[in-house]
Design a protein around this ligand. Structure first.
Ligand code: SF4
Length: 331
């Protein structure tokens, strides 16, 4: 087992092993998640990045066991959450885990919250369902709204979501997500719908929550600025697979997979003058018919013949830094 310091083992909150989640459509099988493996340690904030449609959200829905039915299905793989295989849980057992030890914040709070119920009712429901209110759930709801910095929580607890701004609604949604002190919180693009100032506030809030409660966080995003701001480690997904994983500093200093290099080069840097912003050519493959070999090969300027024939195995190129690319495989 990996050791944190002298004799202290690093605790893994989540281990995903060789996960395959497919969608069975009339046109064929869409391999949305096709052999994904990673783990999340206690107190980590892991960024899951990649272009739209690369499988980030389906990976998180698979962990939550909320893959859209009936087309979607986890075909194989293991999802070990705090030592328990979630694949072996019944639906009822999963309902008791979700919203309690394992929680998720969705992208659009205006859609995720019910507009016809007060925010206090919606936070209280999560507490009551998991038996955490003990008759004092109103006080606990007020405390949660305070924690996510909603002003005048004693008054606002009785307001409806449509009476809040987008940023305040996202805070309410976060309070629902953290109501039962989850061990793992999955946040799917939690700041996408917000302006830059509110986005920074929400990210700071998430970092505070992680530090206070030791909750591990998986942050799904396509925004590399968000990753730089709060993540400790980064997983890069492309076409249903993880192509690179690295600590956040390594990710920016020494990106190694050509796709990661392209992603980073396409972000403008304050103070650096350039004539034209780099853009990754082409588009991700159709996952109904992914190319054989490396899925990035049709867009990769460094592709070699082997890249078009065989998918590269994952190799460790430095401490905690893995990449799947033939450029790093020595004969
Ligand atoms: Fe490019 Fe080949 Fe590496 Fe794929 S395996 S990223 S095609 S060099």
């Amino acid at each position: 087992m990996k050791m944190e310091s002298a004799n202290k083992p690093i605790e893994k909150v989540l281990t995903v092993k060789d996960l395959h989640t497919f969608f069975y459509t009339r046109k064929g099988v869409v391999k949305a998640v096709d052999g994904v493996s990673f783990s999340v340690e206690k107190k980590e904030i892991v960024g899951l990045v990649g272009e739209s449609g690369c499988g980030k959200s389906i990976t998180s829905l698979s962990i939550m066991r909320l893959v859209p039915q009936p087309a979607g299905r986890i075909v194989s793989g293991e999802i070990i959450f705090q030592g328990e295989d979630l694949q072996k849980k019944t639906d009822e057992q999963m309902r008791l885990i979700r919203g309690d030890r394992l929680s998720m914040i969705l992208q659009d709070p205006m859609v995720a919250l019910n507009q016809l119920l007060t925010v206090g009712y919606q936070i209280g429901e999560v507490l009551k369902y998991h038996g955490k209110g003990n008759g004092s759930f109103r006080e606990k709801c007020i405390h949660l709204l305070e924690k996510v910095k909603v002003p005048s929580p004693e008054r606002r607890i009785d307001d409806y979501p449509f009476q809040f701004s987008g940023g305040m609604c996202q805070r309410v949604l976060i309070s629902v997500g953290i109501a039962n002190n989850p061990d793992l919180l999955i946040a799917d693009e939690p700041t996408t719908a917000l302006d830059v100032t509110i986005r920074a506030q929400i990210l700071n809030l998430m970092r505070e929550i992680q530090q206070e409660s030791n909750t591990a966080i998986i942050l799904i995003t396509h925004d590399l600025a968000t990753v730089a701001q709060i993540c400790t480690r980064v997983l890069v997904m492309y076409a249903g697979r993880i192509v690179e994983q690295a600590p956040v500093k390594t990710f920016y200093k020494n990106p190694s997979h050509p796709y990661t290099v392209g992603l980073i080069r396409s972000v403008p840097v304050l103070g650096r003058r350039i004539d034209r912003l780099y853009s990754l050519g082409g588009s991700p493959p159709n996952l109904l018919h992914p190319p054989p070999g490396c899925r990035f090969a049709p867009r990769c300027s460094k592709a070699m013949p082997v890249c078009h024939e065989q998918y590269p195995p994952e190799v460790t190129i430095a401490d905690n830094h893995q990449v799947s690319c033939w450029l790093y495989i020595k004969d």
